[in-house]
Design a protein. Structure first.
Length: 216
């Protein structure tokens, strides 16, 4: 419990001031979801919860580094006295968790890692996912939607990381694809409803954009 309490304090301190959808409360939601998925999937709950608490510290979106997250997780686990095996396990989850583009296969993860990844992706779906997407887009000065710039299904991680398209384009480039990239049965069941919320929102957004909503 002391390790998890320390991880929570670490995440709060590192991410508490974020306003782009990757704040402490995102981590809190992912932690709760991941633990529930781990319970349903019979995964190790301690390692799942710890990886969920550490998953966004040093993330590329916040640090600009592809290795800072794994390094931070490894350093934390070592300082907390975890075994080399558990440290490698948690750091490996953090290293390979992220979505890297529509055309890039997901990295293989342990069952615990798949629970964390599905929980993280579920938080990018549904009503909260919509709110987070626009918070991130606003923070980075991205247009809500640019009909002259088509969404791109990025073939490489480099293409995806360098993309600066509109927020609605991001729905097509990532969010609407997540239902098909769940890797646990428990995550897939939850994704069905949240995906429907995304689809309904995008349909309504486009109808309003074109002035076709509310026609008698």
């Amino acid at each position: 419990m002391k390790v998890l309490e320390a991880a929570e304090a670490y995440a709060r301190a590192e991410l508490g001031g974020d306003s782009g959808g990757h704040d402490w409360w995102h981590v809190h939601r992912v932690r709760n979801l991941a633990v529930e998925l781990a319970r349903e999937e019979d995964a190790d709950r301690f390692l799942t919860e710890l990886a969920a608490l550490l998953h966004d510290i040093g993330d590329f979106k916040l640090s600009g580094s592809l290795t800072a997250g794994e390094e931070a997780a490894r350093r934390f686990c070592t300082e907390q006295g975890l075994s080399a095996e558990d440290t490698d396990h948690v750091a490996g989850i953090v290293a390979d968790l992220s979505y890297k583009g529509a055309g890039v296969p997901d990295a293989p993860l342990s069952l615990e890692g798949r629970c964390v990844r599905d929980a993280d992706r579920l938080d990018a779906m549904g009503a909260i996912g919509i709110g987070r997407a626009f918070a991130y887009g606003g923070l980075h000065r991205r247009a809500m939607w640019d009909p002259e710039e088509a969404p791109r299904l990025h073939a490489t991680e480099t293409e995806y990381r360098s993309a600066k398209g509109s927020t609605i384009a991001h729905f097509h480039e990532k969010l609407l694809l997540l239902k098909g990239r769940m890797s646990t049965d428990a995550g897939a069941r939850r994704a069905e409803h949240r995906h429907g919320v995304l689809v309904a929102f995008v349909n309504e957004f486009m109808a309003e954009w074109d002035g076709e909503d509310g026609r008698g």
